[in-house]
Design a protein around this ligand. Structure first.
Ligand SMILES: *[C@@H]1O[C@H](CO)[C@@H](O)[C@H](O)[C@H]1NC(C)=O
Ligand SMILES: *[C@@H]1O[C@H](CO)[C@@H](O)[C@H](O)[C@H]1NC(C)=O
Ligand SMILES: *[C@@H]1O[C@H](CO)[C@@H](O)[C@H](O)[C@H]1NC(C)=O
Ligand SMILES: *[C@@H]1O[C@H](CO)[C@@H](O)[C@H](O)[C@H]1NC(C)=O
Ligand SMILES: *[C@@H]1O[C@H](CO)[C@@H](O)[C@H](O)[C@H]1NC(C)=O
Ligand SMILES: *[C@@H]1O[C@H](CO)[C@@H](O)[C@H](O)[C@H]1NC(C)=O
Ligand SMILES: *[C@@H]1O[C@H](CO)[C@@H](O)[C@H](O)[C@H]1NC(C)=O
Ligand SMILES: *[C@@H]1O[C@H](CO)[C@@H](O)[C@H](O)[C@H]1NC(C)=O
Length: 459
């Protein structure tokens, strides 16, 4: 077992290194790029943040870009691919402005911006907030420039600078499919914010209307002929200005008739399952008929809803039958209903052939004590009709399946052992020997720097 673990690690390392070897084609000459780190320390080597290919940047957690007098601005999207970025050092460059958008939703732990000519303005409100709320580790001595002199950022009074406040006026009651709805999004903020409703995933048609009330901006969204598809949709109103973003949400509650999305023929799972999906708001009631008679749910025949996060108002589930026999063959009808409507669907369930030809007198005698034609009218899978069958089948089947299971397990285990021994013999030859391929580097002294870097990234 220990041997196979070593083998797996060696294989994993080998795969990682061989992937890494050809990578980092986007690494600029003045920088060093590795699996977890990007370093541009050579003076005046770059004019903007290096953009690596997406796979090259996705695992980078540390970036050091220092002493770059021509690095004067950062675009909002410059760090978009560095999703795991934790530590960022941008000391001693010539940055004047950095928008909140650059690091919005980046999980930074540490941000160094010292020795940049940052301008004290509302555009640095986010940084002041980060510093005050300790959202990330930021130098307490961080300063900015105001009217020709250096001011400590945490002492600078931001005037006329606030993140927008957003609120939504929404109708209190649910609406029926096909109706009209109006939502008012009201925003205040300084400087004047921009404001929008996120409508790209809305199915209903809509009209927008703008208004201003003193210092309050308003954007009204009229939904016309609302579609049931939008039920439970989170309608979002977003606002932003130099100081930052904010949003408010309201969930749509659209009523529509109960309906069946599908009802399928039964499939053998642990128990037999008739898969179905139904939709409706308010939530529909679910009932079953067996050969047109109400099916009484018991521990042997029961409905179960199987919840899924993405379902919205849809209910997926099964009508489960525990060990049905040919007595349970027949037509199963699903009926769903809510205040706005009703739907039904029927499917046929066939679990077993009747072991006896109904016309064959020999077959009838041992099992049935009455007229065979009547036995087909047993109304539903009831607790009584199934109990005897269940227990008998259980005990005999259990023995067989345990034996088969054990045999299969033994075989698989042997096979895996043989494979593992085989693989280890082959693969342990490479792997640990050449870890320095980890560094693809655009300079010549690959070996030396790479070893340095390896120590770095293993911290
Ligand atoms: C980044 O890490 C993930 C998960 O650890 C891995 O699947 C992926 O291959 C890595 N990407 C690169 C370029 O190494
Ligand atoms: C800016 O600095 C000049 C000279 O140092 C001073 O006269 C002026 O009042 C300052 N302005 C503000 C708004 O502080
Ligand atoms: C802030 O707003 C007030 C009123 O609009 C204005 O008088 C004042 O000059 C503004 N302050 C700054 C620093 O812009
Ligand atoms: C919804 O609005 C449209 C357009 O204003 C109007 O024609 C329609 O009658 C309205 N429907 C309802 C149910 O109020
Ligand atoms: C809206 O929903 C209908 C019915 O599901 C669908 O056919 C249509 O493609 C949807 N339209 C949009 C824009 O999503
Ligand atoms: C409302 O939407 C439904 C379904 O999308 C459509 O069949 C109907 O014609 C629409 N009604 C109006 C008045 O636009
Ligand atoms: C909508 O918002 C509610 C409550 O905030 C949340 O539980 C739900 O998951 C959201 N739905 C979607 C589709 O984002
Ligand atoms: C089946 O079981 C339920 C309770 O689980 C009981 O109420 C019902 O009377 C039983 N039906 C028969 C036919 O025994």
């Amino acid at each position: 077992m220990a041997g196979s673990a070593v083998c797996q690690v060696a294989l994993a390392l080998f795969l990682m290194f061989s992937l890494a070897a050809g990578a980092w084609v986007g690494c600029p000459g003045a920088c060093r790029c590795s699996f977890a780190m990007l370093q541009c320390l050579e003076a005046d080597g770059i004019t903007n943040i290096p953009v690596l290919a997406q796979q090259e940047s996705e695992n980078v957690t540390e970036i050091y870009i220092e002493n770059q007098p021509n690095l004067q601005q950062i675009k909002d999207t410059d760090f978009i691919n560095y999703r795991e970025l934790k530590n960022l050092n941008l000391a001693s460059n010539l940055l004047k402005h950095i928008s909140w958008k650059v690091f919005h939703s980046r999980p930074l732990l540490n941000l160094v911006l010292r020795d940049n000519p940052l301008t004290c303005s509302c555009g640095l409100y986010w940084l002041q907030q980060w510093q005050m709320t300790s959202r990330a580790d930021i130098d307490s001595q961080q300063s900015c420039w105001y009217n020709g002199s250096s001011v400590q950022l945490d002492r600078f009074m931001m005037e006329n600078c606030s993140v927008p406040e957003v609120s939504i006026n929404a109708p209190g009651l649910p609406i029926k499919e096909g109706g009209n709805l109006t939502f008012e999004c009201q925003v205040t903020g300084n400087p004047l914010p921009s404001i929008r409703w996120r409508t790209e995933h809305l199915n209903s048609t809509f009209i927008l209307e703008r208004g201003i009330w003193g210092s309050t901006l308003e954007l009204v969204l009229h939904l016309l002929n609302v579609s049931y598809v939008d039920n439970l949709h989170n309608l979002t109103c977003e606002a932003e200005n130099e100081a930052g973003p904010r949003e408010a949400k309201v969930q749509l509650n659209i009523e529509f008739p109960a309906n069946i999305l599908f009802l399928k023929v039964p499939e053998p799972q642990h128990h037999w399952c008739f898969p179905f999906a139904v939709d409706g708001n308010p939530a529909p009631t679910i009932k079953w008929l067996y050969n047109s008679m109400p099916l009484v749910e018991t521990v042997y025949a029961y409905t179960q809803i199987i919840p899924d996060l993405d379902d919205g108002s849809v209910y997926h589930g099964c009508l489960f039958l525990n060990k049905p026999t040919h007595f349970n063959n027949g037509y199963y009808t699903l009926i769903v209903e809510n205040a706005l409507g009703r739907d039904e669907a029927t499917t046929f369930g066939k679990f077993m052939d009747n072991p006896f030809d109904p016309l064959d007198p020999e077959g009838i005698i041992p099992v049935l004590t009455s007229d065979p034609s009547k036995s087909y009218n047993i109304p539903a899978p009831t607790n009584q009709s199934n109990e005897g069958v269940t227990e008998k089948r259980d005990s005999s089947l259990l023995g067989v399946s345990v034996a088969v299971g054990l045999a299969a397990f033994a075989c698989t285990f042997l096979l895996i052992m043989v494979l593992v021994i085989n693989k280890c013999g082959q693969h342990s030859k490479f792997g640990i020997h050449q870890p320095y391929v980890l560094y693809a580097h655009s300079h010549s002294n690959i070996l030396e720097k790479s070893w340095q870097g390896l120590n770095y990234s293993s911290q």
